[in-house]
Design a protein around this ligand. Structure first.
Ligand SMILES: C[S@@+](CC[C@H](N)C(=O)[O-])C[C@H]1O[C@@H](n2cnc3c(N)ncnc32)[C@H](O)[C@@H]1O
Length: 280
């Protein structure tokens, strides 16, 4: 019987798979920090799958992570990865921009939403960020568009937000402090030193620590991929036969019975780029 691994499974896992996440999200889930590697021996699995996980790592950590996936796969084993599709997001953003510029009714809100898709999950300093606020609006004029973009997750988020509408104070923006340029005058250096002290005091306060912890806590997107950069990453790791797939299309045996990317034609994450490769 084939061995299959679902990494960063969150709440989407199947008992026939070995499932791993930071948090033990279910009985069949192993709690492990994937930044420390994939906790299995070489050549162990027939398939490794991860959905909306890779973009949560920095470019360098992502590369190391995919190398780990390669290591634990058997020769001939399949990697399947799903990430938010940078190309698709960028294209819909441009389309929304053009439609807004042409005065097409309703598109300004869609354009605003696409800006959130592009940036919010990279820059937010609090869980949910601006997206959460957007979907919690009482009059959400582009509800259908948002559900078309992010599927039932958007629907559930809105439902949850409306149920427990609390007022969040937006996080204060942290100004970045650039290092002093030399040569500089004595007074500039003195001023900079005092300023740096002040900055350190500010940075060591609780709020800053909380933001730092949040930013490294797994919710943030640290990078984004399109069909070229993801294929390149897989190719450079050693994978071959790299292909873009549909949610329901896979070389993993019985893929559609596991309902990891879709169920009855409903794609869980419609904003995804699905890609597979084979270990040589
Ligand atoms: C956006 S969710 C995707 C969950 C699921 N794969 C899906 O498609 O619905 C990202 C998941 O990756 C997990 N994750 C992020 N960084 C991780 C790490 N360093 N180690 C283990 N899991 C991690 C998070 O806990 C979270 O469950």
């Amino acid at each position: 019987v084939s061995k299959k691994l679902n990494l960063g499974c969150g709440y989407r896992f199947h008992p026939d798979w070995v499932n791993v996440d930071f948090i033990k999200t279910g009985e069949n889930v192993i709690a492990h920090n994937l930044l420390k590697g994939v906790p299995f021996p070489d050549n162990e699995f027939d398939a490794v799958y991860h959905s909306h996980v890779l973009e949560h790592f920095t470019l360098a950590d992502g590369k190391a992570f995919v190398q780990e996936c390669y290591r634990v796969l058997k020769p001939g084993g399949i990697i399947r990865t799903a990430v938010p599709d940078l190309e698709q997001i960028a294209r819909v953003y441009i389309m929304a921009l053009d439609k807004t510029a042409n005065g097409e009714p309703g598109w300004e809100a869609n354009l605003e939403w696409m800006r959130l898709e592009l940036f919010d999950q990279m820059v937010r300093m609090q869980s949910g960020g601006e997206m959460k606020k957007f979907v919690a609006k009482e009059n959400l004029e582009n509800e259908a568009f948002i559900y078309e973009r992010i599927g039932d997750e958007g629907k559930n988020l809105r439902k949850m937000m409306l149920e427990k509408m609390k007022n969040n104070n937006p996080a204060k923006t942290q100004e970045s402090i650039s290092p002093a340029k030399s040569p500089v005058s004595f007074f500039t250096r003195l001023k900079n030193r005092l300023f740096r002290k002040e900055a350190q005091r500010y940075f060591s306060n609780e709020k800053f620590n909380a933001i730092g912890k949040f930013r490294l806590g797994g919710e943030i997107h640290q990078w984004m991929y399109d069909r070229f950069s993801l294929a390149k990453l897989l190719r450079e790791t050693g994978f071959s036969e790299i292909k873009v797939c549909k949610a329901s299309e896979s070389r993993i045996e019985n893929w559609n019975t596991y309902e990891l990317d879709h169920r009855e034609g409903n794609v869980f994450k419609p904003d995804s780029l699905f890609m597979e490769g084979v270990k040589k």
